[in-house]
Design a protein around this ligand. Sequence first.
Ligand code: SAM
Length: 274
Amino acid sequence: MITLSERLQAVASYVPYGSRLADIGSDHALLPVWLAQAGRVRSAVAGELNEGPYLAAAKQVREAGLESSIAVRRGDGLEVLAPGEVDCVVIAGMGGSLISQILQAGVGKLTGVDKPDGVGVSGGVGECGGVKRLILQPNVGADRVRQWLLDWSWVLIEEDILEEDGKIYEILVAEKPGALDRANEQNERLYRERRMADGYVAVKETLLKMGPFLLERASPVWRKKWQGELAKLEGIAREAAQSALAAQSGKLARLHEEMRGIKEVLECMPTDTQ
Ligand code: SAM
């Protein structure tokens, strides 16, 4: 059996048993191969845009003898999928804005029809009526992914954060409830302004930026991530302070405002020691 990095192990742990999986931007197809070897998925599609990773994925699947359960396809984002073909989609190891673009371009594939307005072909291999779960692992820009999920009435059901080889990764898991008003109601609750420990009041903007589950737990890795973000902003602000233009354009004031917001959260949230 192949071995997975800690990051991909964590991603794999959110794939429901018996899924029909798509791993978009699969690179060496490590995730679907590991899941198929572990008997955890019914079938999988490994999608790749670029030739090198596509060939590497095909080789990996061939060498593992898994060609009958993993289809390796070359194409952009979700275009490699037939409508209704999969029920769980993983997009991992890219920036949050690319992940959001891929989801946006493939909205019809997520709903199990080929057009977002619901007019289109249903079915495909093993018809199932759409994707039930998204597992997204942005390397940066998780806030963009949360915003996309919210805009398209996907509900975040879990978040995870981990550190491996000095890098910090977030994992977002979302599902789509059958009824639109239920999704909107759950999202309204998830991002409603709320009072945290020590009386700190988190507004929607902060919850989107820092993660509603992650903020609530305030784990040591999450703290480290935001301490790192703060240090980066302080560096940018020091440089901007040398520029008259930055002061005039309001850039410096915006940076200070952002830093103040992060500091306030870090000071208020109690340390989780798990
Ligand atoms: N998902 C793997 C992981 O998490 O380890 C690989 C991540 S790798 C950094 C990103 C992969 O996404 C690359 O192999 C790249 O070719 C692929 N990619 C980038 N844009 C893509 C797109 N629009 N559609 C499909 N694959 C894409």
